[in-house]
Design a protein. Structure first.
Lengths: 244, 389
């Protein structure tokens, strides 16, 4: 059972003109869990994450984050966000980037900054300029930027896109470490083998939540051998529902 | 070499340009606008200048020519042309009218004007100039001198005329007209550079931070850091103010450098307080940063930022009273001048640097400039509503 609700959405909808990017999503995510938002490109994952941060205003519905109604600028000090593409200042060093975002979130602890950099194993590049870093290193720096203010909730939008398999495994070990220390993670992905590593999954398609549960539960419900198969079967149900 | 490939490339390049409608519009309209504006301004008829006249000349009654008032004749001669609007004044009003700018110069004829002409064979004109616009001072002096010469030529038929031309007949090549020019501000040593220098300072101050802010903000968007910033507790006012402070400081340093260079190396004259000049420039830097932030909303690439130079900055230069006094511009263009932030900086800087005015005199323009700054800060913050809640 969920001990404490970190994120809760009710009847959440976001329309862009005729497109219903998020079409009635109810989520409840508890602390210390890794929740995977799984769905193809354009299924509304990014929109959902941006709604939760208050970067977009919902058409209808409500969001509560750590017990407060969104939008709420102050609560963002307890939230970490990693965008799909690494968002860093090229002219600054790795550490300066991490320190900047930490300061913006009201954290002034140099130790936390070093800790975040250590978590992504980039201590030896801390003083390198971002423009000299490889793609993978930038991705890890982005993660450190989302961590250095010790958030209680991390929203990671496709954090492992374009990341090689070895680094992807490393990322997931970071995520598990964070979850063990009580941080809640919401990770969006369209890769099924990543979904296996989440505590709980939400299958998203066309702005709707098709099904929720652990990977084993979801496979079992559809009698599928793989998550991919399960997803496709849930998607078919969705289509029939739509045609009705 | 494959010509087909080259052609295909050329077509693609053209397609890219054509897809960008603003670039197309700029290619066509920007040069035409700038040119026609320049033409209008350069060719605009010189406006009618207000010239004060203090005529205390008592004239003389000559047995030969009857009663003659030379001062009055010169005034009539000037009035016959259409370059001046004459304003009769009392001696006591001269200084005040020059100060408030309702007249640009005052011609003073003392009581014994005609009498001393007869005695000295010389028309000594007493011309008081406002002096902050060197080119105008020169043209007024020249015109008034010419009018006096014509008047003398017109007297040739009278007894006075012969008297007037007497020295020349004796072989002395003394010009029968001399001008005693006095200046309220500046003086003959003021040249066009003195007039333009204050504006240089304002313009460069605003130009640099404008480009810097515009490109920095654009990058913030394109590299995704704006999205990240939006997901922190930082409000959009904080972001705008942070930019203003950071880039404004650069602008101030740069302008201080320009100021010292123009004053000590180029050697332009300045009368007012340095602190006040820096204050005006600091406000202008704030205006520049926020104009940049605003403009960045309408640009997607750094190339498009460059296009703002003709769009945002040229009109400021042409219409903001940089080279042409706004009063000399065609009336239909004048309202645009008052819409340019740089106009107020120009006026304030000239008042301080050329006229040596203090805060007490320049505050209205300064207040307008601050007002524009505040409005721009709010607009910049509002403009960011799309990305920062």
């Amino acid at each position: 059972m969920i001990s404490e609700l970190v994120l809760e959405t009710t009847e959440l909808q976001k329309h862009f003109g005729k497109i219903h990017a998020v079409d009635g999503v109810d989520l409840s995510i508890g602390s210390g869990e890794i929740y995977g938002l799984i769905g193809p490109n354009g299924s509304g994952k990014t929109t959902l994450i941006r709604l939760c941060l208050g970067l977009l205003h919902p058409t209808t519905g409500a969001i509560r984050l750590l017990g407060l109604n969104i939008p709420n600028k102050a609560i963002l000090a307890k939230v970490g966000y990693m965008t799909q593409a690494s968002a860093l200042y090229e002219e600054l060093t790795l550490r300066e980037n991490v320190a900047f975002f930490a300061e913006m979130c009201g954290s002034h602890e140099p130790a936390w900054i070093d800790e975040a950099i250590a978590l992504v194993d980039l201590q030896d590049r801390a003083h390198s300029f971002v423009r000299t870093l490889s793609g993978g290193m930038r991705q890890r720096t982005s993660l450190a930027c989302a961590l250095a203010h010790r958030p209680r909730l991390l929203l990671l939008d496709e954090p492992t896109v374009g990341v090689d398999p070895q680094l992807r495994a490393t990322f997931w070990s970071y995520f598990r470490r964070l979850a063990n220390s009580g941080v809640t993670l919401i990770v969006s992905s369209h890769v099924m083998d990543e979904a296996e590593r989440c505590d709980r999954l939400g299958f998203m398609r066309q702005g709707r939540l098709l099904a929720e549960g652990s990977s084993a539960e979801l496979r079992q419900r559809k009698g599928a051998n793989t998550l991919e198969e399960a997803f496709l079967k849930f998607a078919e149900d969705g289509n029939e529902g739509g045609q009705r | 070499m494959n010509t087909r490939r080259i052609l295909k490339l050329a077509v693609r390049v053209m397609q890219q340009v054509l897809r960008d409608r603003r670039t197309v519009a700029l290619i066509v309209f920007a040069p035409l606008t700038v040119l026609s504006l320049g033409a209008v301004l350069f060719r605009s008829k010189p406006v009618v200048v207000s010239l004060g006249v203090v005529n205390e000349d008592l004239g003389i009654s000559s047995p030969v020519a009857g009663s003659i008032n030379l001062g009055g004749r010169i005034v009539d001669e000037i009035a016959a042309g259409d370059s001046f609007r004459l304003v009769p004044l009392n001696r006591s009003e001269v200084e005040a009218r020059l100060r408030d700018g309702t007249v640009k110069a005052v011609l003073v004829f003392p009581e014994d004007f005609t009498a001393s002409f007869l005695k000295n064979r010389q028309v000594a004109l007493d011309l008081r100039l406002e002096g902050s616009e060197p080119t105008r001072s020169i043209s007024i002096t020249a015109y008034v001198t010419q009018a006096a010469m014509k008047t003398l030529a017109g007297l040739a038929g009278t007894g006075l005329g012969t008297l007037g031309s007497a020295p020349a007949a004796q072989g002395e090549s003394v010009l029968p007209v001399s001008v005693q020019a006095t200046y309220l501000y500046g003086g003959e040593q003021f040249d066009t550079m003195d007039y333009i220098a204050p504006v240089y300072i304002a313009l460069l101050g605003v130009f640099f931070v404008f480009l810097l802010a515009c490109i920095a903000f654009l990058r913030e968007r394109s590299q995704g850091t704006m999205e990240r910033l939006a997901a922190t507790p930082a409000s959009r006012f904080e972001i705008v103010l942070g930019y203003m402070l950071g880039l404004g400081l650069f602008g101030l340093i740069q302008v201080t450098l320009i100021l010292f260079f123009t004053v000590w190396v180029i050697g332009i004259h300045y009368n007012g307080s340095l602190a006040l000049i820096l204050l005006i420039v600091a406000i202008m830097a704030v205006v520049g940063v926020n104009l940049g932030i605003l403009a960045s909303a309408f640009a997607r690439t750094e190339f498009q930022v460059l296009q703002f130079i003709p769009l945002v900055l040229f009109p400021q230069v042409l219409l903001g009273g940089t080279f042409w006094p706004v009063a000399d511009m065609p009336t239909y263009l004048q309202p645009f001048a008052y819409a340019m932030p740089i106009y107020y900086a120009n006026v304030a800087l000239r008042d301080v640097m050329l006229k040596g005015w203090g805060l007490a005199e320049i505050w209205p323009n300064l207040a307008i400039l601050v007002g524009i700054g505040v409005v721009l800060v709010i607009l910049s913050a509002l403009m960011m509503r799309r990305e920062v809640a």
